[in-house]
Structures are given as C-alpha cells and as structure tokens.
Design a protein around this ligand. Structure first.
Ligand SMILES: [Zn+2]
Length: 93
C-alpha cells in the first residue's frame, strides 16, 4: 500500500495536476494535499529534483502570485481585490 505522498509523486511524474485533481484522485481533502505537497517539495529538493508550481493567477487582471511560498489559496488579488483565481498546477521536474 503506497502512502498518499508516494501516490502524489507518482501522479505528478505523469503530468501537471491541480490540488483539486490530487484531492479527487486520492480521496483526501485539499488541505491535506497542500500538507503533502510541502513535504514533497522538501524531499524532491533533497534528491536534486524539483516540484514545479504554476502559481495562482488572478482571472480578472492577470496578476500572478509568483512570490507565494505557501500552497494554500490566497484570499484575494492584491492588485484588483478580486477573489476569482486560477488554480495552480503542480508537476515534477
Ligand atoms: Zn487581479
């Protein structure tokens, strides 16, 4: 039986997925996916690999949350104050 973390790594090796995709695939909450992703990022770095994140982006003005280190959803766009955001995608390099 694989752990959720191993399963996330396996899925991301096959292509880019959002936290929602991962939560559905593993039948766990998105919040748990974010916790796992933090560990995945750390363990990948130790192996000379990289968790690549296409960050949150504002669907209203196009602002990209490039500097964001946390995985959880930002409250609103700092530029236009909208809350309608494009979900990030994760992949392994
Ligand atoms: Zn915006």
């Amino acid at each position: 039986m694989k752990t959720h973390r191993q399963e996330i790594i396996r899925l991301l090796e096959q292509g880019s997925l959002s936290a929602r995709d991962l939560s559905r695939a593993l039948s766990i909450r998105e919040k748990e996916v974010y916790d796992h992703l933090q560990h995945v990022r750390r363990s990948m770095a130790g192996q000379g690999r990289k968790l690549v994140v296409r960050p949150f982006a504002c669907l209203n003005c196009g602002y990209v949350f490039k500097e964001r280190q946390r995985f959880t959803r930002p409250g609103r766009c700092p530029q236009c104050r909208e809350t309608y955001l494009e979900e990030p995608l994760y992949a392994l390099e």
